[in-house]
Design a protein. Structure first.
Lengths: 438, 301
């Protein structure tokens, strides 16, 4: 299988870039550690209500094993990665951190995450292969336990689609056609918007198209942000923006909320967590939306990308890696823990068995009329394309915003913007000392 | 706007520029600054007005009703904010008050001491020291946050109240201002007279110089208070326990809750509105000293 080969390649690449310290340090540290006395761990997370979930641990399995976890709530996003790396530089990172999948390579290449494969390997079969692969980075090590995922879906205003005689698009070609037809029938409305502010959305769309942004060959990294698949996606959205059949304003702004709430925009390419966002962004349209799979690039395909999702990782600074890994595995595989996480934190679990049980036997309140919401979602989650994250996703994401912002605003060439993201990313990796194949 | 246009057009149409220009010119000069200032006031007050009005809107009204139409949800927003994680907002408010109040007080004291010393005493290396301070004034505090974190981590002080207080006590700008102010407001003759009468240096400073420096020190205090109250990066890097967070950081965590949880807009807006009130109150209370300071500063220099 090419898989094993790739695995070795990445190990080499990582070992080269890390000076092999991460792997060596983790391998030896855990074995000698004796967990005798009471252990207290700190955990940086942004998930709301995590303190309540952790209480279940502290009163249950944690009490038995004398492992107490303290939650320190943080703000999510790239700033948290910077904070973790700064703390790690002072050897003061917390025992456990929540990290989005695309941030894991950055943390690993800075030697901030411990290899917990010995402790959590049993949990592997609770997750889809593509999800688990994101926490191993294709190596034999395991750097985190998956917590939540964000398989992408297509959301649309059922009532307005009916009113304008639109069909739910199953291919991107139909999607473009739908946008054009809506523009003809209601010139003041847009099907959706291209948001240059959401790099993660674009990354997910590229992932669906089969893009591999970061790969390794030999001991060199290869950056494929400008590959054929991504170019296809960029051209497609750039074309729609230029044509004027979709809007070009960013998402997550008050005016975007208003556009959704008043029906000025009648669809949203999003992920499984969209109901939560819609609840506050478009409170007046509750019950009028429906969810469908993402449109495909060809009719015979059935694949989606992912937008968001995060994992629980143990840092190399932790003095109790074994205990921390035990907690991480419990948090993301235990039935009660996942149920509480769904209820308190509103997450969509990465664990496949949890996707259809407990909190997910009923649709979200906002979609109460679509009874099979979570059954459908679990089906879509299975079709998630593999992802390929690299050590400087944050740089690529920032560059994306800088390059696509003006391109979307001026309705100019998206391919040129994509080239700039590629060049910026490669330049940054070389500056950081990674070998990059040209 | 229309009156401005008319007045502007008037001289161009006039046939006797020499005699008729006197009074209208003066009035026009007064008009342009007034309009500029009014525009400036609108520009700065409009966002404040937005916050005030938006804080009265419920989640439903926030993005759907007209921007400057007051909503009906203020009481509910307050209640929600109060209830959020059993009132942690008020802890943040208390923390902000502690960081800004105590920090500004200590910083003012340090500034007063060192500013007075730099202005009154002649000693070796005085100018060198002052130049280093000036360089500090030019250095944005933002770039110091991470080195400060690494230093405090060595002393095991991170994630504590001290970690946020300590770095903000020495304010190069405060010392600079205090020196300038002390050299202008405390005449050397007065200090000399005190020495003649046998007062100790400490007594001269506390009984003679300090009262003369009070207006300037109030300025330093206000500057520091506002700077610490609004500071984000330093506490962000230093603190991980959200029970020690100041308001800036606390509100930020309400906004960035991850993709699957929507930002708590109404709570953040109401929280931001309440966070401005102490600053406004402070300015109103200390305003007298402030204007006195501007006045005396102008006369002396």
């Amino acid at each position: 299988m090419p898989h094993t080969k790739r695995r070795r390649l990445v190990t080499t690449a990582l070992a080269v870039s890390l000076g092999a310290t991460a792997l060596a340090a983790c391998g030896s540290g855990d074995g000698t550690e004796a967990e005798s006395g009471p252990v207290s761990l700190t955990y940086w997370t942004w998930t709301p209500g995590m303190d309540k979930v952790v209480d279940l641990w502290n009163k249950g399995p944690g009490k038995k094993d004398r492992i107490t976890v303290t939650v320190k709530k943080q703000a999510s996003g790239d700033t948290l990665i910077t904070k973790i790396l700064t703390a790690h530089k002072a050897k003061k990172a917390p025992d456990l951190v929540q990290a989005e999948y695309q941030a894991l390579p950055t943390l690993v290449s800075n030697d901030a995450l411990a290899d917990i494969s010995d402790e959590v390997d049993d949990a592997k079969d609770k997750f889809a292969e593509g999800v688990w692969q994101q926490t191993t980075l294709g190596t034999d090590a395991v750097y985190a336990v998956p917590q939540d995922i964000g398989p992408m879906m297509f959301y649309y205003r059922e009532d307005l689609f009916r009113q304008y005689g639109l069909k739910v698009p199953t291919t991107w070609e139909q999607f473009a056609e739908t946008a054009r037809r809506l523009k003809q029938k209601a010139p003041d409305k847009d099907l959706t918007t291209f948001s240059a502010g959401d790099s993660g959305l674009f990354a997910g769309l590229a992932q669906q198209a089969g893009a591999k942004w970061w790969t390794t060959s030999g001991d060199k990294w290869k950056v494929g942000i400008d590959d054929a698949a991504t170019r296809k996606v960029a051209d497609f959205w750039g074309g729609l923006v230029k044509e004027g059949v979709i809007d070009n304003q960013p998402m997550y702004t008050p005016s975007w909320n208003k556009a959704l709430n008043t029906g000025k925009q009648i669809a949203w390419v999003s992920a499984v967590w969209a109901p939560g966002t819609l609840t506050t962004a478009a409170p007046d349209t509750e019950g009028k939306w429906a969810m469908a799979p993402l449109p495909q690039w060809s009719a015979d395909q059935d694949v989606t990308g992912s937008w968001g999702g995060s994992s629980t990782a143990v840092t190399t600074d932790s003095a109790h890696k074994e205990a921390a890994a035990e907690f991480a595995a419990w948090l993301n595989t235990d039935h009660d823990a996942l149920n509480a996480l769904a209820k308190e934190g509103g997450i969509y679990p990465a664990s496949t068995s949890a996707q259809l049980s407990g909190a997910f036997s009923n649709p979200p309140a906002y979609f109460s009329h679509q009874a099979d919401f979570y059954t459908k979602a679990a089906g879509i989650a299975k079709t998630t394309a593999p992802s390929a994250w690299g050590p400087n996703v944050n740089v690529a994401y920032t560059s994306f915003k800088d390059a696509f912002g003006p391109a979307a605003k001026n309705k100019s060439d998206f391919t040129a913007a994509l080239r700039k993201v590629q060049d910026d990313t490669v330049a940054d990796m070389e500056k950081q000392g990674f070998e990059v194949a040209r | 706007m229309s009156t401005l246009a008319v007045r502007k057009a008037a001289p161009a149409a006039g046939t006797t520029p020499g005699t008729a220009q006197g009074p209208p010119l003066r009035r026009r000069i007064a008009l342009i600054p007034t309009v500029t200032l009014l525009l400036g006031a609108v520009y700065t007050l409009l966002p404040v007005a937005w916050v005030v009005i938006a804080s009265t809107k419920s989640g439903h009204e926030l993005f759907s009703t007209f921007t400057f139409l007051p909503g009906t949800g203020f009481a509910d927003n307050l209640k929600d904010l109060n209830a959020y994680r059993s009132g942690i907002y008020w802890e943040w408010m208390g923390n902000s008050a502690l960081y800004a109040g105590l920090g500004a007080l200590l910083s003012t004291a340090v500034s007063a001491f060192s500013g007075y010393a730099l202005a009154t005493y002649r000693f070796k290396g005085r100018e060198a020291m002052f130049n280093v301070l000036l360089a500090g004034v030019l250095m944005p505090p933002v770039i110091l946050a991470i080195p400060q974190y690494l230093l405090l981590a060595k002393a095991d002080l991170t994630d504590s109240y001290l970690s946020v207080l300590l770095p903000q006590i020495l304010s190069p700008y405060g010392v600079y201002l205090a020196r300038i102010y002390a050299s202008a407001a405390v005449p050397a003759d007065v200090v000399e007279a005190g020495r003649m009468d046998g007062a100790s240096e400490w007594r001269i400073f506390t009984r003679i110089a300090l009262p003369m420096m009070i207006p300037g020190m109030v300025t330093v205090f206000l500057f520091q208070f506002v700077a610490i109250w609004n500071n984000f990066l330093l506490p962000f890097i230093m603190l991980s326990d959200d029970e020690r967070f100041p308001l800036t950081l606390g509100l930020y965590t309400l906004l960035e809750q991850g993709a699957n949880t929507p930002a708590l807009y109404t709570l953040v807006i109401t929280g931001a509105f309440l966070a401005v009130l102490p600053l406004i109150a402070l300015f109103l209370v200390i305003q007298r000293f402030w204007s006195l300071d501007l006045l005396s500063g102008a006369v002396k220099s």
